[in-house]
Design a binder for this molecule. Structure first.
Ligand SMILES: NC(=O)c1ccc[n+]([C@@H]2O[C@H](COP(=O)([O-])OP(=O)(O)OC[C@H]3O[C@@H](n4cnc5c(N)ncnc54)[C@H](OP(=O)(O)O)[C@@H]3O)[C@@H](O)[C@H]2O)c1
Length: 322
């Protein structure tokens, strides 16, 4: 897997990362031994950029911090081989992953970082994101505290998640931001209007989350039968009528995949990779077999005619993303 620059502050990452959230929450049951096999396989394939958050695990049997603990354990002897990204700012999740309890005061951020370092069994976080802006704390104050963590050597680079263009500008004025993580895929293109151009102007790298549309764009989510531990159960875009309407989107993706002899999810991921070298998606999976498919998609070329057929799909989506 190729290595690329993420942002203009000297952070180098694999051209595709691995989203680890589903190993501890959101998409049904997970088996730690299979998750660890997935992490091992990622390293074998040259995927070295791992995405977690302090909150991942909340609502599951192991709770807040579980995903960081899993990564800390899995990489305990290989810390120098990986680029570790984690986040703070979501204290808890309400109503099955759809609304959050937020907090990002300077004191909270500093304590959160100490706790993450312990769970991750490391002395530094390569990329530390603010997961969501705290409406009670000016973003300049939160990022000011994160900048102190950089000066103390506990964090190497700063990132933000799901911010507006204006928030990104304000934060970047306090300390250079290396990466912006937001939902971005062929059916979710909201950042293109103002956030993406602002990030590019400031030299901030883009890390699309849910690049597979929470699994939908792989064509393997045909009905809305989700378990209690699956956040898609209450996500409007996965309501039964939305799933039925959105099949038309997957049908187009699948036709292109069939023509190329690849899988629909690989076309969906290749679309994200086609957005530019400054765009580093972090598809999420807890299974080695899916990981292998996703890694292969990093080298899949889409033609101008493929892109022309994929382009109108976002406008046809039914259901809000949260
Ligand atoms: N900043 C934020 O607010 C935020 C929000 C959401 C996610 N994230 C991060 O972004 C990462 C990726 O997003 P995501 O996990 O929500 O969504 P995603 O990557 O779009 O999709 C994940 C889902 O797709 C399935 N999947 C993955 N590869 C597949 C394949 N090749 N074939 C069939 N199904 C496949 C996974 O199944 P299995 O689970 O069975 O493997 C899982 O159900 C997360 O892991 C997390 O690190 C960040």
């Amino acid at each position: 897997m190729q290595q690329v620059q993420l942002g203009s502050q000297g952070l180098t990452v694999s051209a595709q990362g691995l989203g680890c959230m589903g190993m501890s929450q959101s998409y049904g049951p997970a088996d730690d031994s299979v998750s660890i096999a997935t992490l091992d396989r990622a390293l074998e394939l040259g995927v070295t950029f791992f995405d977690t958050a302090d909150v991942y695990g909340v609502g599951g049997i192991y709770g807040f911090g579980a995903n960081e603990k899993l990564l800390g354990y899995a990489f305990r002897d290989r810390r120098d081989d990986i680029t570790l990204a984690t986040k703070c700012g979501i204290k808890g999740i309400v109503t099955n992953g759809l609304s959050f309890r937020l907090g990002a005061s300077p004191d909270y951020v500093k304590k959160a970082c100490e706790d993450s370092l312990k769970r991750l069994r490391t002395d530094r976080i390569d990329l530390y994101y603010l997961h969501r802006v705290d409406p009670e704390t000016p973003i300049e104050d939160t990022v000011g505290a994160m900048a102190e963590l950089v000066r103390e050597g506990k964090v190497r680079h700063l990132g933000l998640s799901e911010v507006t263009a204006e928030q990104l500008e304000k934060a970047h004025a306090v300390h250079p931001i290396s990466a912006l993580q937001s939902e971005y895929s062929l059916w979710t293109r909201g950042i293109e209007e103002s956030v993406l151009p602002t990030a590019r102007r400031l030299g901030v790298g883009i890390v699309p989350f849910s690049p597979l549309g929470r699994g939908f764009l792989t064509g393997t989510v045909a009905s809305a039968q989700f378990g209690d531990d699956d956040m898609r159960r209450t996500n409007p875009r996965f309501a039964p009528e939305a799933v039925a309407a959105n099949q038309a989107i997957v049908d187009v993706v699948r036709r292109i995949a069939d023509e190329k002899g690849v899988l629909p999810g690989q076309v969906a991921l290749a679309w994200v990779h086609s957005r530019g070298e400054d765009v580093v998606p972090i598809p999420g999976t807890k299974r080695p077999a899916y990981l292998e498919q996703n890694v292969a998609a990093a080298d899949l070329e889409l033609t101008p005619s493929d892109l022309e057929r994929l382009d109108p799909l976002a406008a046809r989506v039914t259901g809000n993303r949260y």
